[in-house]
Design a protein around this ligand. Structure first.
Ligand SMILES: Cc1cc2nc3c(=O)[nH]c(=O)nc-3n(C[C@H](O)[C@H](O)[C@H](O)COP(=O)(O)OP(=O)(O)OC[C@H]3O[C@@H](n4cnc5c(N)ncnc54)[C@H](O)[C@@H]3O)c2cc1C
Length: 480
């Protein structure tokens, strides 16, 4: 019974405190226990048993200072003449921009015929922090992303000679109770008091003033994703970037460099470094199939030629519904439907958005005004609602290297997590792509090129694609 296989299985499931004992003391039992990594001792047995074997697993409870579980290999700029990016949404374009600022041109491939045809093509959106009770990775990221996007707006307006957004902050309509909770979050996040002002805001509706109570968050603001995408494509072309449109990548493999195939299995492009910025489609490739992503439909209602409302031109948020007023349009957003693949605008979803506002602000009766148009997009939400950023781990190698890993315990030595050479991802931006895209892109490229990361390393670990594998390994879901 006490074969080497059985001992290895026990060792795999044992933590560093595990012990065993058996009255079997034959030579082969001792040998198999030793081979599986146990240290053994033969002692006197009890009663009729002459001897017994006691053993414990040779694992030490040592936490390594640097976690090799989450490697982030850099690239050598000297060997790189260009980098390939799949996807020209906010994620892909921000990555290409950051690479161009380091003098590296990109080849960008997209299944659409131009920028902004997909989720990143909304006319208006907002960016800003979403604070939780205590600083969570998501709220820290949303804060960093907000500051980063604000500074990028300045940089881009200098390059494009026009604005792609405005850092007006945004107004949160809140009860007094909710305002107190918000102020508590400000304290737990150690933010200064110039971060917000409590004030009553007014908006004009049919020549009537409606008073609202809430908080003006002074960071964040309004963004024009579609305008940004088109301007960025034009700018990137001037920086030596190339665009391959109408090409869906359905397979990649790596004989030596990465080879990209279209949906007719035709090889179309070869590259040393490949960055996947293709949103929810990312896990359609064999190498990234393990990534737990959900495709979530969203719709915004757009009222054009809409001049008779005034919000001090700041985004206005009420119970997760936002109102944005710019370019003589009013945008109401956004719905959230995980199991809906309908690409057409659904009128009932527009009505739902209007009702959400009317319920809280009956004076704003949208039903009396013209029918809105709408726009549909699909977000990529990861299982833990955080984006993914970093190199793609080799699933089988991880499962094998970390099979002894258990939550709360460390191995005597962490093996170096194995990742595919030259394959990186930026995806899962969910409902906060405007806030996240520029900081994620900057972080990815800074680390790749061995520059200081704008994001603290502990936060970066929360975004590493290998986190999903490690969670499965901890839960012993090894064989998927
Ligand atoms: C209705 C709605 C409202 C929103 N409002 C806001 C907001 O106010 N604020 C905010 O911060 N965020 C908002 N978001 C979220 C934000 O728009 C997204 O997070 C962001 O646009 C995602 O950018 P991306 O580049 O990751 O994905 P995408 O914009 O979807 O880009 C992915 C690109 O990859 C291409 N692609 C995919 N697969 C392949 C393939 N196999 N081969 C080639 N190309 C491929 C696609 O064609 C696409 O162009 C909203 C989203 C929706 C749906």
């Amino acid at each position: 019974m006490w074969s080497k296989e059985i001992f290895t299985l026990i060792a795999d499931h044992a933590n560093h405190k595990a012990t065993f004992s058996t009255y079997s003391v034959s030579k082969s039992v001792k040998l198999h226990a030793l081979e599986a990594g146990f240290s053994i001792e033969e002692v006197k047995g009890f009663g009729t048993k002459k001897g017994m074997l006691k053993g414990n697993i040779k694992k030490e409870n040592i936490y390594l200072k640097t976690k090799k579980i989450y490697p982030f290999p850099y690239i050598s700029k000297e060997n790189i003449s260009e980098i390939t990016i799949i996807g020209t949404g906010l994620a892909g374009l921000n990555v290409a921009y950051r690479l161009a600022s380091h003098g590296i041109p990109s080849v960008l491939i997209d299944e659409n015929s131009g920028p902004g045809e997909n989720t990143s093509g909304n006319p208006l959106g907002y960016f800003g922090p979403k604070l939780s009770k205590f600083p969570s990775p998501a709220s820290r990221l949303s804060l960093l992303g907000t500051y980063h996007t604000e500074s990028m707006l300045m940089e881009w307006s200098n390059i494009f000679k026009c604005a792609t957004g405005r850092n007006t902050g945004f107004y949160l309509v809140m009860s007094l109770d909710e305002q107190d909770k918000f102020v508590n979050s400000i304290v737990t996040h150690e933010l200064s008091s110039d971060f917000f002002v409590k004030k009553n805001a007014s908006l004009e509706w049919k020549n009537e003033k409606i008073q609202l109570s809430g908080i003006h968050v002074l960071k964040g603001g309004i963004f024009f994703p579609n305008k940004f995408s088109n301007l960025m494509v034009d700018y990137l072309k001037t920086q030596g970037c190339r665009f391959i449109w109408n090409t869906k990548i359905s397979k990649i493999d790596k004989p030596s460099d990465w080879m990209l195939y279209d949906d007719l299995h035709k090889p179309i492009h070869k590259t040393k470094i490949l960055i996947l910025a293709n949103s929810f489609s990312i896990n359609q490739l064999a190498q990234t199939k393990f990534l737990p992503f959900q495709k979530v439909r969203g719709q915004i209602a757009i009222f054009n030629h809409f001049e008779n409302i005034f919000f001090d031109n700041i985004p206005f948020i009420l119970d997760d519904t936002y109102l944005l007023n710019e370019f003589n349009s009013l945008v109401l957003g956004a719905t959230f439907n995980p199991k809906d693949n309908d690409t057409n605008v659904n009128e009932s979803h527009n009505l739902l958005l209007m009702e959400r506002l009317n319920k809280n602000l009956p004076k704003l009766d949208f039903n009396e005004i013209a029918q809105p148009q709408g726009r549909v997009g699909f977000r990529a939400h990861s299982q833990d609602r955080l984006p993914i950023l970093g190199p793609i781990p080799v699933k089988e190698a991880y499962q094998s290297s970390y099979r002894h890993f258990q939550k709360g315990y460390a191995l005597d030595k962490y093996p170096e997590g194995e990742v595919y050479e030259g394959l990186y991802a930026i995806s899962g931006l969910g409902s906060k792509g405007i806030t996240y895209a520029s900081i994620l892109a900057d972080t990815l490229i800074s680390i790749l090129l061995q520059k200081p990361s704008p994001m603290p390393l502990d936060l970066l670990e929360s975004l590493h694609p290998a986190r999903f594998l490690m969670r499965d390994i901890q839960k012993r879901k090894l064989s998927q």
